[in-house]
Design a protein around this ligand. Structure first.
Ligand SMILES: Cc1cc2nc3c(=O)[nH]c(=O)nc-3n(C[C@H](O)[C@H](O)[C@H](O)COP(=O)(O)OP(=O)(O)OC[C@H]3O[C@@H](n4cnc5c(N)ncnc54)[C@H](O)[C@@H]3O)c2cc1C
Length: 407
């Protein structure tokens, strides 16, 4: 089978690449083994986790950083397209490329963010909190969200917080087994007329407050339930991320995949790319676990297999390798140099990833493969956690590589 572009990995990066190419009429295939980091999504995309203008911090990064390969001007241009890209899938985002805002974490802390889903709690300036008095709600028996953490964190910012738990008869069946009380299972119940009951309970406890904060346990398959609940609740309602699984993350994954398929893309979920055939300086074809000897050929290939977390790169006792093609990986020295014993220091292994040229083309044994690119978390040169730049690198390198391929 032959395609214009085949993307290996169907998380945020793979889907942004695939959608961008399919929009321009390319015949695209995405092969994806399984869950992606979106299933753990906080509700905010991070560009760079500094206070103020992220572009200021990005301008000072080392040459090996994916952002330095893009350059500040390109980042600014690509970043301004992102809100429109997601709003076309009914994923409205708020925020600006030139000024970070803050999201409220499940611990009640404020963390810099670039784009946050519209329904989430968002703070522009911690010195001027948007609320003086709020109520933090939970669903009775839901253990993956702690109202007291959020309330004490916000209290430190001068916000008066009360807390309450809502119980609904509709949730009694899943409450019998505490392991069933997960955000995704609750969201499956909180639909249709149950939203009416939920709103009634919320309105009964949220009287003397400016706003209501609650965990993201609504809107698994689409945003409709979120909009309905917000309409029925009498005070402004804002959501805060829970422990995984992430309801808005799974919804984002579903919406991106739907958009890709509507554009004619083929998404093979639950299949794993095992190997590929390189001829000269080009990748000719790949083979997958489910399709045996069948070769999938393309003009271009994109590696979007994620980092250690998704097995895009793998560590053995003495080396870090890319498991499909044995591509060159940037990692330094002996195993003892891969990590710092001080857990809170930046960990060197977080920057390990596939080596690329300045156009994000991959290398094998030092030679660039002319028709294969890498995007997102599989790339080397950045620490998504310490720098707060995971989604920014994923989205912007994907948009950029799609443009390169279309050239
Ligand atoms: C737990 C976690 C939470 C995060 N939360 C946030 C957040 O809230 N905000 C933020 O800005 N950043 C966050 N990040 C950073 C994150 O890396 C990026 O935001 C982004 O989602 C990474 O996307 P990706 O598509 O590059 O990789 P991934 O999401 O890891 O996706 C890679 C995909 O490739 C597939 N795959 C791997 N190997 C193969 C193969 N051989 N064949 C076929 N498919 C394969 C995997 O199954 C997976 O679906 C988080 C990272 C992690 C690990």
């Amino acid at each position: 089978m032959r395609f214009d572009t085949i993307t290996i990995g169907g998380g945020l990066s793979g889907l942004v690449t695939g959608i961008s190419l399919a929009k321009k009429g390319q015949k695209c295939l995405i092969v994806s083994s399984g869950q992606s980091a979106l299933h753990f999504f906080s509700g905010s995309f991070e560009l760079y986790g500094n206070e103020g203008n992220p572009l200021d911090a990005i301008a000072k990064l080392e040459d090996s950083h994916p952002y330095s390969k893009l350059g500040v001007e390109k980042i600014k241009t690509l970043a301004t397209e992102v809100k429109t890209f997601f709003s076309e899938m009914n994923i409205p985002l708020v925020g600006s490329v030139e000024q970070n805002h803050y999201r409220v974490t499940p611990l009640g802390l404020l963390k810099p963010a670039w784009l946050t889903m519209e329904e989430y709690a968002k703070v522009d300036d911690p010195k001027h909190m948007p609320w003086k008095k709020v109520i933090v709600l939970n669903i009775e028996g839901f253990l993956d969200f702690h109202t007291s953490f959020v309330a004490s964190g916000l209290a430190k910012q001068g916000v008066e917080c009360s807390v309450a738990a809502i119980s609904l008869p509709e949730l009694e069946r899943i409450r019998k087994n505490p392991t069933e009380m997960r955000a995704t299972n609750i969201a499956k119940v909180l639909v249709n007329e149950t939203l009416e009951h939920l709103a009634k309970e919320i309105n009964a406890v949220a009287k003397d407050v400016e706003a209501i904060l609650m965990p993201t346990v609504v809107g698994l398959l689409d945003k409709e339930s979120v909009s309905i609940l917000k309409q029925k609740v009498q005070k402004p309602l804002h959501f805060i991320a829970t422990l995984p699984p992430s309801v808005p993350g799974i919804r984002t994954q579903i919406m991106l995949r739907k958009r890709f398929q509507e554009l004619g893309g083929i998404y093979m979920l639950g299949d794993t790319v095992l190997k590929g055939e390189i001829v000269g300086d080009k990748l000719q074809s790949i083979q997958t676990n489910n399709h045996g000897d069948l070769k999938f050929e393309a003009d271009h290939f994109v590696l979007a297999t994620g980092s250690f977390f998704s097995h895009g790169i793998v560590a053995s006792p003495n080396q870090v390798y890319e498991p499909i093609l044995g591509l060159d990986v940037d990692f330094n020295g002996a195993r003892s140099e891969w990590y710092d014993r001080d857990l809170f220091k930046p960990q060197p292994y977080m920057k390990f990833g596939v080596a690329t040229d300045k156009n994000f083309r991959v290398k094998k044994e030092g030679k660039t493969l002319l028709n294969m690119y890498a995007v997102g978390a599989v790339l080397s040169g950045f620490n998504a956690i310490k720098e707060g730049c995971g989604a920014g690198v994923s989205i912007l390198t994907s948009l950029n590589v799609a443009q390169e391929i279309l050239k």
